[in-house]
Each structure stands twice: as structure tokens, then as C-alpha cells.
Design a protein around this ligand. Sequence first.
Ligand code: EAX
Length: 322
Amino acid sequence: MRRTVLAAILAAAPGLAARAQTEITIQHPLPTANSHYGAGAMAFKETLEKLSNGKYHVTIQRNDNEREMIESVQIGTLDFTITSTGPVGNFVPEVRAVDVPFLFRDYAHARGALDSKVGQDILAKFPSKGLIGVIWMENGFRHLTNSRHEVHNPADVKGLKVRTMENQVHMRAFSTLGALPTPMAFSELIPALQQGTVDGQENPIPVIVANNIDQVQKFLTLTGHVYSPALLIGSPALWGRLSDADKAMFVQAATAARDANRAKVTADEQNGVAELRRRGMDVTTKVNTEEFQKALAPAFAQYEKDLDANTLRRLRDWKPAQ
Ligand code: EAX
């Protein structure tokens, strides 16, 4: 009897099976139209929908609370998030190693190290914490902005109330410099800057440009004090249901997302500083990096104790294959 009814339903609605779509939702904290995460999310959507012939339909949403998104992915109410590693170390402690200031020499070093075995070994720590670290993406090298004065050396940072991400590694760095690190979610940042609750913040050029942070901050110093990785994190509830063939499609879509995201960061890095100057920011480009690194020595010593020293060494010493 049941088989007949099912046959009748399928006959009555031709293409019903073909139209059966699985909805996938991905969230990230930046404007989709013009941001490096938005470029990644769009590439993920286009690639997965194309490869699956429409079996999967991807909806992109903005949510500027990264900790919240990670929690939603963990409990399965959200399928994917693109997030900076900012709060991720609170879920997967091994990730904190990648947040150490001045760890990566440049973009090629960061991208190469994270895509190599040491980066994959860190992603392998996610499932036991109820998350799938699908692929490393990119936020960019972080620079300091503030509303008080130009910053040229570590002494200029002393006493500044600086918003940091909810990230122990970054907070230690700023307190070591004599600043007053004030952790908060990205969603609270602009109001805090508008109300003067904090004097400054630090973010990559693409984030500063995409969120018009120049409207609430006068001074930008290209400290490049830390490379900020990003991640595409998936829900184990969804990931565990995928066939191997479908998983391969998701991995291909994730790779397309990473490549589009990194290409947008590269473009923003080339044009962003000139754009921020055009918008009226006072930009300090000459920074005595050695002085900042010297001032951070006590923090580096603590990181060697608190974090996995071998992972730090593998990340720091990574070089492209000759
Ligand atoms: O991931 O919170 C931050 O400062 C992050 O850089 C931002 O959410 C983009």
C-alpha cells in the first residue's frame, strides 16, 4: 500500500525528488558585498551549488558575534561560519599558537605554514571539541588604530585602552606593552569607539576599510603586530551526515572560498591604506618593529610556557619547499 502511495505522490509531482534541496547556512561577521569574508562565502556558495547541481542551496548571513557563531555551529543550529581565530582558542586551545604576535614573517609564510602539515595538525584538534575545522582562511595582518595620538613606538601605546578580541594571547601582548586591553566581540566594537569606552582597536586593513572604522578612529599605525588567520568551521551534525562524494564537494567549495578570500585580502592590502588616507586617517607607516618585539619579550617567554612550544617552532620555522 505505502509503495503505491509514494509512487502516486512522485508521479503527481514530477521532479519532486530532483527539486529536493538541502539548505546550508553560512554566517560571517562582515558585509558580504565588499569584504574578504564575503568574497569567500560567495565562492563557497557558487562552487557548492554548481558542483551539486543544486542539491545544496547556500544562504549567506551576517552575524558580527564570532563567539556566538562558533557556539551555534557546535550545537548544530548553524552549518558553517567564517570567523577569525580571535575567540576560537577558547574552544580549541591549540589554535592559540597561531595568534602569537610577530610569529609569521609575511603573507606567504602564514598561508604556507597553515596549509602545511602543522596547520592541518591543528585542524585535527577540532572534532574532539565538537567542531570541524574545514580549512584555514585569512583575516590579515592586524594594525593599531586609536583616537588619541600618533603611535610610533611601544611607549606610545602605554595607557591606551585598546579593544582586543576575546583572545588571551592578544590580551597578554597589549598588557605587556602597558596598554589596557579591553576584550569584546566585534559586534560591540563600533559603539565602544563611538562612545569613547575604548581609545583604540586593532584589525587588518580589510576589516578597517569594510567597516568604515576610519569614521570613529583618527590615527592608524601599520604595526602589523600579529597575523590574524580565519577559519571555515563546520558543524559535526551536518558533516557527519555527508556522503564521501558530497564531502569532497564541500572541501572543493571550501578551497574556492579560501582562495577568493585570500585574493581579496591581497587586493585590499594594496589599496586599503591609500583609501583610508583618502578618507582622512592620519597613517603612520614607519614603525620600529624591533622595538615592539623587544618590548614583547616577557610575553613571548610566557607563550613558550603556556602554548605548545613544538607547534610554535614548526609554525615560526616553516619555509617553502626548495
Ligand atoms: O574577523 O573581532 C575582530 O576584530 C575580527 O578581526 C573581526 O571580527 C573579523
